[in-house]
Design a protein around this ligand. Structure first.
Ligand SMILES: [Fe+2]
Ligand SMILES: [Fe+2]
Length: 385
């Protein structure tokens, strides 16, 4: 007999099919080749206690039975996309960087990429940890969120790999970017709401639930989903011209990760809204759209700083359209009204790049180099002590 404990029978996670059947006092829960016998009473209590926020908190392993299947699927997808920055070959990048093979405009884009993301990856990781993950209560949502945080660490590591390979002066880069108003404004805009949320707020109150929802929206849809993409596209456009291909490769992997972070954020928000219908008032809908509108405005200012005039085979106008295109995608994904109605991606080639990377397994092509790099890394760590 099929049990009612799973809300989505026969769900498939890559190769894993999930089914549950009742046998006496147990629920036999199957995920792919794995079988779990769960005490029916306890499993029902765990399932009933699962909520996005204000649910049961437990130190026990209470991932099963799954309630938020999509979060677990995204977790598996994130894990399948695992990559290691250290093994990306930066020899050509270093040559190009240090032999003036790049124009001033091209160098500036790389510097903006390193400078902006050096701070931005940390802001995302810190906010997902202290604001989002900390307030989620369902195990599988926390689980996926922790993987998201781990991937931000990989992204930070990739920046170290770039900085170290090109011999960029870290302090110089940091100092340079602390003076650029558009960078400062973007970061302040996203982080201004975080201190209060980090203190811990009462999420039984509607106003606080709205603040929490806005923080998830800000990090995953506005920042990762809209404010990262123009600079990604600029660096990947250089990669397309065979310039700074090591960095381009890392940005491709990072972009693939970001698409999962955006998807996870959207899923958490959709479940949060469904469980807490008091959140989505007309005023709050308008507040989210306004927040995105402000994010778009700041991003366009940033794009003008990155690419003050057309160049490197790209037009500034296309990048500004790209910002609108991404913002509308994020708003539409949550059923919110769009701002500009740009329906066509001005960088169709970028979609192809992202799609191709989804097909690529990092370890299938790089397992040899990865193992070699691992042994080198360990030796270097010993030397450090
Ligand atoms: Fe990231
Ligand atoms: Fe991210």
């Amino acid at each position: 007999m099929t049990a009612a404990i799973s809300d989505s029978e026969n769900l498939t996670f890559s190769n894993d099919k999930v089914t549950s059947t009742e046998e006496g006092n147990f629920v036999v829960y199957k995920m792919g080749a794995k079988t779990f016998r769960l005490d029916k009473t306890k499993a029902r209590a765990r399932f009933a206690g699962k909520k996005v926020i204000n649910g049961m908190r437990s130190a026990e392993l209470n991932v099963l039975p799954l309630k938020y299947h999509e979060a677990y699927r995204i977790y598996k997808q994130m894990k399948a996309n695992h990559w290691e920055p250290d093994v990306i070959d930066m020899t050509r990048d270093s040559q190009q960087w240090n032999t003036n093979a790049l124009s001033q405009k091209e160098r500036w884009i790389i510097e903006m990429g390193v400078g902006y993301f050096s701070a931005a990856e940390g802001i995302v990781g810190d906010s997902v940890l202290h604001v989002i993950e900390d307030n989620l209560t369902a195990a599988e949502l926390k689980h996926a969120s922790l993987r998201h945080i781990a991937e931000e660490s990989i992204h930070m590591d990739s920046l170290l790999h770039i900085i170290g390979s090109l011999n960029i002066d870290l302090d110089e880069v940091t100092a340079k970017f602390s003076d650029i108003p558009s960078v400062q404004k973007k970061n302040a805009f996203i982080t201004r709401q975080m201190p209060e949320l980090k203190m811990g707020i009462d999420l039984t109150q509607t106003v606080n639930k709205q603040k929490f929802a806005k923080a998830i929206f800000g990090i995953t849809q506005v920042m990762e989903g809209t404010q990262f993409y123009a600079l990604f596209a600029m660096v990947l456009s250089l990669h397309r011209q065979n310039k700074m291909t090591g960095i381009g490769q890392m940005f491709q992997y990072t972009l693939r990760d970001e698409s999962n972070h955006i998807e996870l954020g959207r899923y958490i928000l959709s479940q949060l809204f469904a469980e807490n219908p008091d959140i989505m008032t007309p005023e709050f809908r308008a507040e989210l759209v306004e927040f995105m509108r402000e994010g778009v405005e700041l991003e366009k200012e940033f794009v003008r700083d990155c690419l003050p005039e057309d160049g490197v085979g790209m037009t500034q106008a296309d990048f500004l359209t790209y910002v609108d295109y991404n913002a509308d995608r994020r708003l539409a994904g949550l059923g919110l009204p769009t701002l500009s109605n740009v329906k066509t991606n001005p960088f169709a080639w970028l979609d192809e790049v992202i799609f191709l990377r989804k097909e690529k397994n990092f370890f299938e092509t790089r397992v040899t180099e990865y193992q070699t790099s691992g042994s080198v890394t360990n030796a270097a760590e010993d030397d450090l002590i």
